[in-house]
Design a binder for this molecule. Structure first.
Ligand SMILES: [Fe+2]
Ligand SMILES: [Fe+2]
Length: 177
């Protein structure tokens, strides 16, 4: 689900890069699609993926927190782009910075976090998470929620304590204790 989102956004970036400098309306349309897609994608990752990772994956808090900060930066850029006229000279520059930031973020997510997730989660858990992500996407906001990020992911730390014993049980059963 998440990788498909990543590919879709990359397609939009490529279309934006290929569009002529003077195709203002086309570039505006693509930028608006990027804003909607990334707002939804970041919302479901923050609500479901990142808390899940903090709960179940040991020693990855730092990477998750870094990802959260990148989301905040990306959403701030989305807000700026939404408010920038497509004829403004800053429009292209802001889209270029966004593209670079998202490509970097996606690369790290797919090469580190998703790999960990596959290693730790059972097949049933991955399917369940995938379904939850798909369902959450239907109601996810199409505009960037800049302030929501930190609160949502921080809330998972308290939750992590309560599920801690479940993780211990799981590990114990895995190693046959
Ligand atoms: Fe992300
Ligand atoms: Fe992502």
């Amino acid at each position: 689900v998440l990788k498909a989102d990543h590919r879709d956004v990359e397609q939009l970036f490529k279309r934006f890069e290929r569009a002529s400098e003077n195709a203002h309306e086309e570039r505006r349309r693509i930028a608006d699609q990027v804003i909607a897609a990334l707002s939804q994608h970041s919302a479901i990752e923050e609500r479901l993926l990142y808390p899940w990772m903090r709960d179940y994956i040991e020693n990855r808090d730092e990477e998750v927190l870094e990802a959260v900060e990148e989301h905040r930066m990306v959403k701030w850029l989305l807000t700026e782009i939404a408010a920038t006229d497509e004829r403004d000279e800053a429009f292209s520059a802001r889209m270029a910075v966004l593209t670079e930031a998202v490509r970097h973020h996606v690369k790290e997510e797919e090469s580190e976090l998703f790999v960990d997730l596959r290693n730790v989660a059972t097949r049933a858990e991955l399917l369940e998470l995938g379904e939850a992500l798909t369902a959450a996407k239907r109601n996810a906001p199409k505009t960037p929620d800049v302030d929501g990020t930190i609160a949502r992911v921080a809330a998972s730390v308290g939750h992590a304590r309560t599920v801690g014993h479940e993780v211990v049980d799981r590990v114990e059963s895995l190693v046959g204790m």
